[in-house]
Design a protein around this ligand. Sequence first.
Ligand SMILES: Nc1nc2c(ncn2[C@@H]2O[C@H](COP(=O)(O)OP(=O)(O)O)[C@@H](O)[C@H]2O)c(=O)[nH]1
Ligand SMILES: [Mg+2]
Length: 241
Amino acid sequence: MENITWDYILKYIIVGDSAVGKSSILVRLTDDRFATTEPTLGVEFGSRILTVGDEGKKVKVQCWDTAGTESFRSITRSYFRGAAGALLVYDVTRRDSFEHVTSWLNDLREFADDNVTIILVANKTDLCTLIPPATSKSATSSPIPKSSPQIAQEPESTVGETSRKVSMRIRTVSTAEGAAFAKQHGLMYVETSAKQGWGVLDAFESSAREVLRRLNEDELKRRKPKGVKLDKQQSKSGSCC
Ligand SMILES: Nc1nc2c(ncn2[C@@H]2O[C@H](COP(=O)(O)OP(=O)(O)O)[C@@H](O)[C@H]2O)c(=O)[nH]1
Ligand SMILES: [Mg+2]
């Protein structure tokens, strides 16, 4: 019997085009493995307890993996409500999947709650990264440096140039472009490989940290005494005694 307790339960959704790796990201989150995935029909579900932030809060992430195909789009949208976090995924080797990010973002803005924390996920980075044999063995638990989730900063145009020259597949969306898009739209940004395990847990953990930060901020605002605002008339006639 599961006797692990948690401080928060957060609903997450994973959206993006078909075959960008959404189901693989969910399997990596729940089972920490890479498996052959069947195309998702409708929605799938998985959960995992993560330790988040300096205070080590236990957060149960309940994640809904949605189908990216047009025919399931209306079902997909119906799962958006109540999500605290959303992973918006594209495949760095498929430019069309990046171009469709705007449309997924519009869906999220329209159908998800206003305060949803969205992280843009550039997946399949292993396809265009040359992994040294020494690190490839332990790659499942060691994210490459650029995979650390971050609120998008100034794009670095040269990152990864060397590895791209010897890439197994051509990277069609650069780090700079992905990060710039995220920055422009106020999203977090992370590079991942569901296959190698790079960045996936970080994506959930750092966005959960941001969700908790926003929750605390809202809570503080609610508790703050409102004060009484006097109108002009009251303040003039309000001289003492
Ligand atoms: N090389 C590589 N392949 C991946 C990665 N993530 C998913 N895939 C493969 O991409 C295909 C689609 O993955 P899937 O998770 O089903 O995508 P979904 O349709 O977005 O849920 C499958 O063949 C996966 O094995 C990754 O990070 N790297
Ligand atoms: Mg799927």
